[in-house]
Ligand binder design. Structure first.
Ligand SMILES: Cc1cc2nc3c(=O)[nH]c(=O)nc-3n(C[C@H](O)[C@H](O)[C@H](O)COP(=O)(O)OP(=O)(O)OC[C@H]3O[C@@H](n4cnc5c(N)ncnc54)[C@H](O)[C@@H]3O)c2cc1C
Length: 422
């Protein structure tokens, strides 16, 4: 089967869907309708949207800045300026998805249903006449003599004037995003930086005490140290699990540990169990308390950390929780202070692509014109979403990147179809 279209969207996840909607809208405004075809290898569209945010879909965040992303800050800033969080909120409202803001600043649909978000996006695609071909994996993407593209897919061939490549990264490969899009980009002359799982839980040495704390979460300060230098510091909620550690602070820090390990220079993760405290502040407090009270170590820590964490840490250090502070030997006191301010977490690995929410690395942003997301190497090709070398922190930032890049690419491609210069 051989067919033709004006704009082909290869991969129809969050970024591809946004691109399809904005291309359809622009084509309408400027005299379309353009024939837009979206091809996706998956049998049903939107697997990642459906599972996102614990099936509630954290669509964006009320405050978004380039600092929330890893990637070329200047380019990220320009992309976000073109379609910011307010624009995303308005866009969803227009599609009938009412949003609510949670205390953290994260925005979710009031329905608490990711399906309602996907439903609204699909309805808009239908209204705009975006044709969706599911179960249609693309295995080839080439330019033709006339400056267009030839797409080889499961059911035959599609010729397109423009292509929006939106195949995502490698995270959650069973959703259909298995990294093949990088190969398509590479064959067209793009480079691809090394890719790593990001926003991924971390596995601790099974001999450590994490398993007995499974399900407990609390505020910590986490530092990732590579070759003796802190490459990342952050504060937030850590969740102890049967395999190791998770929770927002761990997910955000994970890319630094993963990349640090790959660099081969030695990487450590240190956890401050009492955020805001330092070795000096705790030493001063403990010396003062030892002089003036007979309070036990366990009692002192009781109000500051969850009970199970206190018990596990003291057991790990070989300190009896009933030991009165005045009777705690100096070396034990020092050991305790160091554990409370920088507990060495024996991270042995990450949970891999099946548990990673995003991909770090990809097609360098410098190879893209940020005004249109058009390739600087292949005219007529646009790249959007996670395939690009940009990953955000947890909290709606990655979907915002997908919507924003999709908006720019779709708007530009739809405009071009109407015969105008980009
Ligand atoms: C469990 C989980 C929860 C998440 N929760 C949130 C959240 O709440 N908020 C947030 O901001 N971000 C969240 N994310 C991240 C967010 O889902 C991604 O950043 C976003 O989906 C990336 O969009 P994308 O369109 O670039 O890629 P994807 O969503 O991965 O879509 C790529 C599409 O391309 C298709 N495809 C791939 N290769 C081919 C091919 N060769 N031929 C045809 N089709 C192909 C795939 O089938 C897929 O449909 C979460 C991710 C996961 C895994």
């Amino acid at each position: 089967m051989s067919e033709t279209c004006d704009i082909a969207i290869v991969g129809f996840g969050a970024a591809g869907i946004a691109a399809g909607i904005f291309a359809g809208q622009k084509a309408r405004e400027t005299g379309g309708p353009a024939h837009i075809v979206a091809l996706d290898g998956a049998k049903t569209i939107g697997a990642k949207i459906r599972v996102s945010g614990g099936t509630r879909c954290n669509v964006t965040h009320e405050r978004i800045s380039a600092q929330d992303y890893n990637g070329s800050k200047n380019i990220v800033r320009n992309v976000l300026a073109a379609f910011d969080a307010q624009a995303a909120m308005r866009w969803f409202e227009e599609m009938g998805v009412k949003l609510k803001r949670e205390e953290t600043g994260k925005l979710f649909p009031v329905s608490d249903s990711a399906r309602s978000v996907l439903g609204a996006l699909m309805r808009r695609c239908e209204e705009l006449g975006v044709e969706i071909w599911t179960g249609c994996r693309v295995h080839e993407l080439m330019t033709d003599q006339a400056g267009g593209f030839v797409i080889g897919h499961e059911r035959g061939r599609l010729d397109a004037e423009r292509v929006i490549l939106a195949t995502g990264g490698r995270s959650l490969p069973r959703s259909g995003s298995d990294g093949f899009g990088y190969e398509l980009a590479r064959r067209l002359g793009h480079s691809v930086t090394a890719t790593y799982p990001a926003l991924v839980p971390l596995v601790l040495d099974s001999a450590f005490f994490h398993a007995e704390l499974s399900g407990v979460s609390h505020e910590v300060e986490l530092a990732t140290v590579c070759a003796g230098k802190a490459v990342d510091r952050r504060r937030g909620s850590l969740l102890w699990t049967h395999f190791g550690i998770s929770g927002p602070v761990v997910m955000d820090a994970s890319r630094h540990w993963v990349i640090g390990r790959a660099s081969g220079g030695g990487v450590e993760m240190r956890c401050g169990l009492l955020p805001g405290e330092t070795v000096e502040s705790l030493e001063v407090e403990l010396v003062r308390l030892a002089a003036g009270s007979g309070q036990s170590v366990g009692r002192w820590l009781a109000g500051r950390l969850p009970e199970r964490v206190v018990a596990a840490v003291l057991k790990h250090l070989g300190i009896d929780s009933g030991t009165p502070l005045p009777q705690l030997p100096r070396d034990r006191r020092r050991g305790l202070v160091h554990a409370l301010t920088g507990l060495a977490l024996p991270v042995v690995g990450d949970r891999g692509w099946n548990y990673a929410e995003v991909t770090a690395g990809g097609v360098p942003l410098a190879e893209i014109d940020y005004r249109t997301m058009e390739s600087r190497k292949v005219p007529g090709l646009h790249l959007v979403g996670e395939i690009l070398d940009c990953d955000g922190r947890i909290g709606g930032f990655n979907f915002q990147w997908a919507w924003a890049t999709g908006c720019l690419a779709g708007g530009a491609a739809g405009n071009c179809r109407a015969g105008r210069a980009l």
